[in-house]
Each structure stands twice: as C-alpha cells, then as structure tokens.
Design a protein around this ligand. Sequence first.
Ligand code: FAD
Length: 561
Amino acid sequence: TYDYIVVGSGTAGNVIAARLAEDRKNDVLVLEAGISNEGVLGSQVPFFAPTLTPSTIYDWNYTYAPQPNLNGRVIPIARGRLLGGSSSVNYMVHHYGSSEDYDLLAKLTGDSGWSWSNMKRYIARHEKFVPPADGHNTTGQYIPSLHSTSGVLPKSLPGYSLPIDSRVIATTKELSSEFPFNQDTTSGNVLGLGWVQSSIGGGTRSSSATTYLAGVVGRRNVDVLLNAQVTKLVKTGAVGGKPSFRGVQFASGPQSSSTTVYARKEVIVSAGSIGTPQILQLSGIGDKADLAAKSITTHVHLPSVGKNLSDHVLLPNNWKVRGPSLDDFLRDPAAIDAALGQWQANKTGVLVHGITNHLGFFRFPKSAPIFKTIPDPATGPTASHWELIVSSYWLVPGVASPETGNYLTLIAALISPTSRGEVKLASNNPFDHPLIDPNLLSSNFDKYALREGVKSVRRFLSAKAWADYVVSPVNIAANPTDAEIDAYVRAFASTVFHPVGTSAMSPAKAGWGVVDPQLRVKGADGVRVVDASVWPFLPNAHTQAPTYLVAERAASLIRGY
Ligand code: FAD
C-alpha cells in the first residue's frame, strides 16, 4: 500500500511523482509499462530523436486506423514506452501555446486557475533556461525576462547554427506582413516566426525522467516499477455513492500473473491520450454500450471516455535545393561517427541539433472565404490556424530520404483542427492495442487549412533570400491547382504526434467530459487523470510543455499548495 500510485512514468506522470515525493510524508509508487531510459543513446543525443520511433522497443508501436481522407493510409502514432514516456522520444520542441488556449480552458471549465495569468507561475517552476550548447550570443532570439532559470527542466535555444538560418530571418524581414518575426513564440503570443526553444540542456535531451524523476529517484519514499503494465483499476468500495478505484492491477505481460496494489489516498492515471482512456475503459469507466459489447461491467457510465480525440496534422513540403543541407551528413556514417565523438567529448556539434531552428504560427484573415461557412476554430483572435516548421534536410515521417540530393523541408501543420475521433477498446484484453481513429481531415476547415498552408509556404520561398538556394518542389507541380494540392495532402499528410482530448476536462456538472477542473474522474472516487488527454482541445503548441504545465498545476491541486 502506498499513499499515491502513479500509472505511467511519462511526461506528466513524473511531474506528479516528483512533486508528491517532495513531501517526505507521502510515499509514492510509479508503475511504468516500459523500460528504463538510462543508457539509451538515442534518447540523449538530440539529433537521433527521429530514430527512436516508430517500430522500436521504445515505442508502443500503435497505428491510427486507416484514414479515409489520407487515401486509407495507416500511419504510426508513436508513443514513448520507457521512463519519461513520450518526453524521452519526442522532437523536443518546447513551448506553451497561446495565452488564449489557457484562457479558453479556464472559460470552458469554469476554473480561472487554468487561465494564462495563473498558469505562468507553473512555467516558472517548470523551466530552467540555460545557454545553448554552442554558447552563441542569444540577444534578440528570445525575451529573457519571460523566462525562469530556476525551474526543473533545462531548455535552450538552438545549439548548432545552420547555413539556412540567415535566409529564414531575412524572409521575416522581406515578407514581414505575412511572416513577421516573433522574438519569443513562448510568450503567450504565438503569431509570427522565431527561434525554436527546445527541451535540450547542455547539448542533451531533457525529459521528465532526466529531470523530475531523477530528482527524487533513490529517495525512500518513491518506488518505480518497470515492465509493469497496468491492466485495470480495481474497485475498492464507494464514497458518497461513488465507486472508489484505489486498487491498481498490473502485469509484466500477457502470460504473467497480475498483482494488485492499493493507494491510501489517490491513484493518478498518467498513461497518455491513448493509454489512459484504454485503462479507464478496461476498469468499467466509459460508455455503457461500448463496454457491454466487450463484456466489461460498467461501474461509471461516462460516455466521453476516449471520445473527442484530436491531433495536429503534419504535411511535409520538400524542395530540392542547391545545398548546403544536412542530407549529406545523414548519408555519411563516418561523419556521423566523428560527430558522435565530438558530442561525447563536449556535447557540441551538429548532433545537438533537433529537427529545426525556426518555427512560426499563423492565422488566416477574417475575410478568408472559409469563415463564411464555418466559425473560426482558433482558440482566440490572436491564436493560430497553422504552423510552419523549417528543416534543413529531407524530413518526411515514414518516407525514406532519397539517396542523393540536398533538401529543404517546410512542414505545414494544422493547429486548430475541427475533426474529432476516438480511442475505443478492440477487446477486453489489456495487451491488445485499442482502436485509435482520429478521423483526420474529415472537416472542410481542416482540408482548407492545409491547402492554404501549402500555398503559404510557397509564398515564404518567394523571398529573395531563397532565390539562389531553392531548385524545385518534390512530388508536386511548381504551380499546383487546388485539386493537385488536395491530392498531395492525401498522399503525404501524417501526424505531429499530438493526440489530446480523450479524457477531457469540463465543469463538474457538465454533461460532457471525463474529469472535473481538478482532474478528478467524474462519478468516481480516488482517481484523477493527469496527462495530455485532459486537454479538451489542442493548444497552439507542441504538446509536451502544455502537458508539463497541466501536471504542475495538478500536483499543486493534489498537495494543496
Ligand atoms: P506520455 O509522455 O506518453 O506518458 C505516458 C506513459 O504512460 C508512458 O511512459 C507509457 O509507457 C506509460 N503507460 C501507458 N500505458 C500504460 C499502462 N497501461 N501501464 C503502465 N504504464 C503505461 N511534443 C512537443 O512538445 N514537442 C515535440 O517536439 C514533440 N515531438 C514529438 C515526437 C514524437 C515522435 C512523439 C511521440 C511525440 C511528440 N510530442 C512532442 C508530443 C509530446 O511528447 C506528448 O504530447 C507528451 O509527451 C504527452 O505526455 P503524456 O504525459 O500525456 O504521455
């Protein structure tokens, strides 16, 4: 028996475990299905991030159901399966989103504690801004006064400069009305293009395992069990007419026997946007009809569990370029070896590069024709519809790099999707993957947004800065028609790996949603959900930092500080 049991040692789970264990009166058990992050080189070297998923032992190796709007393609939806969860395998882009995301969350839930003005205090606790690996002068690349140097997680500006960096910045000057420079996209104002901030410190990845968990591991009041896959929460009685779920059953595999442990105070489920709704449903918390169809007894009829799944759609746009780019480096094992030697010696060089040095967020004008037929889905008037990510090599998830040539990739990502899908049990066997169907690009707005994104990245490259560099687009005509763009999108779009919404937060009395604004599972006692799944909608951000902030606030709600 422990005071608290945390299910999943992921991005959010480790924040909860660490913050609860800071109070030495609490004893905490963390149950993680995966393996340790220790000694996993790919999880330390930033440039190796894309090698960690999909189809590896560090990944749950889920796929999305065939997507009708993507030519029926089945695409991987990577999720980290090791200490740190997805923070140990992600691409390390680290920013919080629009202030309007948090203000909308406060409004939707009726809890002003989620507002941007309140959540800023958790940024201060969370981040520890450190100099970039190459020690370059960062003046003008961020706004230091907005940042904390005393939090838990080291983060930094890019530590390896690229030949294209100056072209990107020149474009923000030449085409400043469409692509203005934003000195700090983590300020709450996301609009414009700026220098990326990453969960990288001293040239090495910062995950929730290397930071939060590492800070408390070894204490007598924290136990972490690996290879412990939670198979369900166990009902332990009732409080105030609500069933309590203070038991947690786990096993190391389908053939192993299971063990049940109990929490004196609470169980916190932090298994992520796919794992969490699966565990809730296996525990009899979900839609009664769906559960009955899988021969599961319903303890709490909560139809929203697993529903409302949404994800950012990623569309790579590739150009053949005259070079230089990182493609030649990627094809040269000797150069990679030498770079690894440098990284091991002093944590500098090309291997401290993530996937990008620049990204930006943009919105369509109020007068855009699409808004005549549908309401603007952005989270607010200064929030974005799409994102541009600049990569100096061929970066197409799931499509191998060509054997020759230099490339530039401009990713257009859909930030304010209106499509929604769901995570549903495929069977009542906890070791079967659930059915995960985000229903990507099923709305007119979503299709419109990527179509316009493709046009916009072309305008980006029309700046003089690119004239002697860019040669021609790949896999699409130089001046495509709308129909050709739509076909390109169907053939090449995939995911930014940002699923949210499957255990959505809502007001305590609302007829929708899974958890109340304090993240307690509705209709149940003794169990909370704390992870990306509680976001009812996607923030204007890559989702790790918004997940960290949710977890920091959840910890303070649980501990009452
Ligand atoms: P996770 O961090 O995934 O944690 C869930 C944990 O629970 C895992 O450790 C898992 O193994 C464990 N678990 C699940 N089920 C069980 C079970 N039944 N029993 C026990 N343990 C279980 N975001 C960014 O901000 N920037 C990026 O650059 C970025 N790039 C990404 C690239 C990739 C390839 C991926 C996969 C994600 C990326 N993301 C990025 C998204 C971001 O990492 C996630 O949104 C975030 O980490 C989710 O945190 P979480 O706590 O909800 O879940």
